[in-house]
Design a protein around this ligand. Sequence first.
Ligand code: ADP
Ligand code: MG
Length: 362
Amino acid sequence: MANVTVCARFRPLNSREADCDDLCIRGLDAESFIFKDEKDEELKFSFDRVFYPESEQAEVFEFVALPIIKDVFNAVNGTIITYGQTGAGKTYSMEGPGIVNCDEQNKGLVPRVIEELFETTRASDGAFNYIITLSMVEIYMEKIRDLFDLSKDNIQMKEHKVLGIILHGVTEVTLENLEEALASISSGVSSRAVGETQMNMASSRSHCVYIFTVKQEATTDKRIKFGKLILVDLAGSEKVEKTGAEGRVLEEAKNINKSLSALGNVVNAMTSPLGKGSHIPYRDSKLTRILQDALGGNCRTALLCCCSPSPRNISESLSTLRFGARARHIKAFPRVNLKEDKSIKKHEEAHSLSKDNSYERT
Ligand code: ADP
Ligand code: MG
């Protein structure tokens, strides 16, 4: 039984914070650090891994993503989530400074994941034919928008017995090579709804979800192995009043907080000592429903808690770290998706808006 892997990442100080004399963290080792709170009290936090400001993108990829990708090829689903306040480094960790033409050092998780997926299929001994697909959606104002087809702006979810939560009718792009894959993602990213808040000039107020599927068909007996890898770049977890939001922006912020507070409630319900066997409120938001498998089911999950190292952001960093500390107590139950042709076919039917809803549990 594997727990959710939880890591903390502290980005370097930015130019606005550079005049701070001190950081709010003092590293102890690769797994733990001391965090100084507003009253200068020292709190010790331990995670599966701590990435300090000087950590490289490649280290994050190797620790957070590589073991999960290996398991996706063994037909175990995987999820990687970045959590934290706006400006904490979620998108930098996930995408890097840009998807296309990014330098080797700064490249984020998404392009590294794609490289690894192609690398693994190339290195294969010919026992399998591979099909890798990608869907990209964002959850914005509690609606799921297809980033590859903006006319699909309210995608519904279904629960499939084998494949878990699936997005009904979402565009699935088959990834043929690295260059095309990066171009697709880049176009998806530019379709995101972004807005400006005082906390970050171009902060994204939506949750961005990448869904990769790896289908492996055995060349001899046609058996199919199926693995799903979900990457989630969450919207900022900061409290609304700090962002100076009003009007529509405030409405958006409340909806983001609805999804994030639902995520907090799910984590609390799953880790409460009284909560064993009790109701887990996955259905309270679109985000928690998409993450239902990641948190409660057939999945290996990694959570990257992104924080500023500046004393100016103590209360938000502390809330991010407490969320991560809580999530460490979640137990996940990964298992292998190994099915005959038939069950996967149902997945394909689901995506072609078939009227056959026999797999639906709702
Ligand atoms: P978020 O997505 O959490 O709102 P970003 O990832 O956009 O935050 O990061 C805010 C700024 O900080 C960006 O300019 C980004 O390039 C920079 N940044 C974040 N993390 C790092 C890091 N580890 N190293 C260098 N720059 C970083
Ligand atoms: Mg971001």
